[in-house]
Design a protein around this ligand. Structure first.
Ligand code: TMP
Length: 206
């Protein structure tokens, strides 16, 4: 656990990326050195794995293959980018981490949350952020946001609405179990979200 390591989780269109950008700005204004990074990807090997994972044109991918590829990409990103930044004393703001796999592959794909948590514990040597924000949003609203923002749709965006509802259920289950995860209502302005998140960071991490 590292006090300066914060991750962000949520379904498609929940606004993680926008919030992270605003938070990065806030930290920098406060004179802090920050690394913002996303999963899957962030370093060359992990970006290549991301390409395989999110490529819409690929044939059917076995769910466990998918889970292992996410874990492999995570390991590379952790070792090559996250740990060196933490060692340098930077604050690390991370767009997705282990919880994404536990929910997407473990819960929604049905591989089992415990099983995927174990796979990832192995892949990450058990290294976890000290605080995680889950941006809770009705998937119908999230998918509409993606279409309005004209963001490129990836292979996972193209899953059925049923799948996206399962993602929300999975995250809500995880929030009940994990004290580390702070659930926030994502159906509000980025300014309001930022204030809420900033307050929690001050309270929990100082
Ligand atoms: P994003 O860059 O929009 O967050 O897209 C990444 C997609 O990959 C998103 O649909 C969530 C999915 N994903 C998983 O299924 N498992 C994982 O472990 C991670 C990190 C992402």
């Amino acid at each position: 656990m590292n006090k300066k390591w914060i991750s962000f989780e949520g379904g498609e269109g929940s606004g993680k990326t926008t919030l992270i950008k605003a938070l990065e700005k806030r930290f920098k204004e406060a004179g802090q050195s920050v690394l913002t990074t996303r999963e899957p990807g962030g370093v060359p090997v992990a970006e290549k794995i991301r390409h395989i994972l999110l490529d819409k044109t690929k044939d059917h991918m076995d769910p466990m293959t998918e889970a292992i590829l996410f874990a492999a990409s995570r390991r590379q990103h952790l070792v090559e980018k996250v740990l060196p930044a933490l060692e340098e004393g930077k604050i690390v703001l991370m767009d997705r981490y282990v919880d994404s796999s536990v929910v997407y592959q473990g819960y929604a794909r049905g591989l089992g949350m415990e099983r995927i948590a174990k796979l990832n514990e192995y892949a990450t040597s058990g290294m976890m952020p000290s605080l995680t924000f889950y941006l809770d949003l009705d998937p119908e609203v999230g998918m509409k946001r993606i279409q309005t923002n004209k963001r490129d749709q990836n292979r996972l965006d193209l899953e059925s609405m049923d799948f996206h509802h399962k993602i929300r259920q999975g995250y809500q289950l995880l929030c009940e179990r994990e004290e580390r995860i702070h659930c926030i209502d994502a159906d509000q302005s980025v300014e309001a979200l930022l204030e809420e998140v900033w307050k929690v960071i001050q309270e929990k991490l100082g």
